[in-house]
Write a protein that binds this ligand. Structure first.
Ligand SMILES: *Cc1c(COP(=O)(O)O)cnc(C)c1O
Length: 404
């Protein structure tokens, strides 16, 4: 995105024109940025060519997943719905991993029928259940075990998953119990050790710690894991001066790890692939000045973009037309929903705004639309993809009649 003659453009297309043609609120993704992200991700780890499984939960749009598939990525899914969507998008089941703490018998059965690559189990009970269902189907299927490495990802508490108080994975003691009794499970093969310590990680050190924990555990067992799944979690910059994850150091740590443990590495990135490819275009409905605050009331709300209300995070906001006239007032950007947490951000010295102006909320490609809801019975926004200077509708705007 950049300003040309003071007008904000995404891949040379004017935001004003997109809004005029497709209405607001509108999610809009850049194909060019998607391609760049995937190629960079591959380049960062090219010396050991990992299997990259896109975390579907970060963006579940079938047409976007189809584009991601064309780069050879597999999928990491956490529900039957996501598994169905990955298959619908044409992802080869041999590249699909099923994660999650509470897979139901139905979901496990469906995954086995679809012959997916791996089911990453997260408890002893789940392993028994997978073995039971596989036995009924007279099959032998590949699984992984998710280890909880008790490593602080140094990210938001709400998106930390690798500490011992988190519900995810099994601890070291259970891990060894499972491996030592594995001969009892005749219908499953233990192929993979997986970890995923959290999301929006910007410091490489937690990853180094995580690798050390995994390495120590591998040294204490004779079981040979063909695959080590390091999960996702690579963070992106949501504001201009935040730090960036040092991929070089993460790559070096993995290469060091691979010297002692010969296995194929798997990644499950979501945010780092799609986070910065998307914007949410929104129109100002009203400006409401009160004794305490100046509210910019947008036509986008927490049902469209939940992250600020759910995690207290901030997304950058840009005006669609730059005027260089700054307001002396502090603006609070809110949505129309009947919740006080329906608030995007508070900004000082922002450009002076007026009603009907368009603004753009940045970096909403991951956990934006996929976390959206129909709360307040608001229809879901349209989703657009900009590819080779064309605007493609990749999901229509929901209509009220769809909700009645
Ligand atoms: C959510 C999730 C991911 C993706 O996380 P990002 O931070 O989006 O990269 C990967 N693996 C598992 C098991 C997950 O739950």
């Amino acid at each position: 995105m950049k300003y040309i003659n003071k007008k904000l453009k995404i891949e040379s297309i004017n935001i004003q024109n997109i809004a005029k043609k497709f209405g607001t609120p509108a999610y809009c993704y850049s194909y060019k940025q998607l391609k760049e992200n995937i190629n960079n991700f591959k380049k960062n780890f090219k010396s050991f060519s990992p299997l990259i499984c896109f975390a579907i939960k970060s963006n579940t749009n079938v047409n976007l997943i189809k584009e991601i598939k064309k780069f050879g990525l597999g999928a990491d899914v956490v529900s039957m719905g996501e598994l169905m969507m990955a298959i619908k998008a044409g992802i080869n089941p041999k590249k699909i991993i099923f994660s999650g703490v509470g897979k139901t018998s139905n979901e496990i059965s469906y995954a086995i029928d679809k012959k997916i690559f791996l089911i990453n189990a997260e408890s002893k009970s789940e392993i028994m259940e997978i073995n039971r269902i596989a036995k009924l189907k007279r099959k032998k299927i590949q699984i992984g075990i998710r280890l909880n490495p008790n490593t602080d990802a140094k990210t938001l508490n709400q998106i930390s998953t690798g500490k011992k108080e988190n519900k995810f994975g099994v601890n070291k003691k259970t891990f060894f119990e499972i491996i030592n009794n594995f001969k009892n499970y005749k219908n499953i093969e233990l192929k993979c050790l997986s970890v995923h310590i959290g999301s929006q990680i910007l410091d490489h050190k937690p990853y180094e710690k995580m690798l050390n924990v995994v390495s120590k555990i591998l040294n204490q067992t004779n079981h040979k894991f063909e695959f080590i799944d390091l999960g996702g979690g690579m963070g992106i910059s949501y504001d201009d001066n935040s730090k960036k994850l040092n991929y070089k150091k993460y790559n070096i740590a993995i290469k060091r790890f691979l010297k002692n443990h010969k296995s194929k590495i798997i990644f499950e990135p979501g945010r780092s692939i799609v986070g910065n490819i998307g914007i949410l275009i929104s129109k100002i409905i009203y400006i409401k000045e009160t004794e305490k605050k100046n509210f910019i009331i947008l036509d986008a709300a927490m049902n469209d973009l939940m992250r600020p209300a759910l995690y207290g995070t901030n997304h950058k906001i840009l005006p669609s037309i730059k005027t260089n006239i700054n307001s002396k007032k502090t603006y609070e950007f809110v949505g129309p929903i009947c919740e006080s947490t329906d608030k995007f951000t508070t900004l000082k010295n922002f450009q002076k705004l007026k009603e009907k102006d368009l603004i753009v909320i940045c970096d909403v490609g991951a956990y934006g639309m996929s976390l959206s809801s129909n709360y307040n019975l608001r229809p879901k926004a349209i989703e657009l993809l900009i590819k080779t200077s064309k605007i493609i509708v990749i999901k229509k705007r929901q209509k009220h009649k769809d909700l009645m």
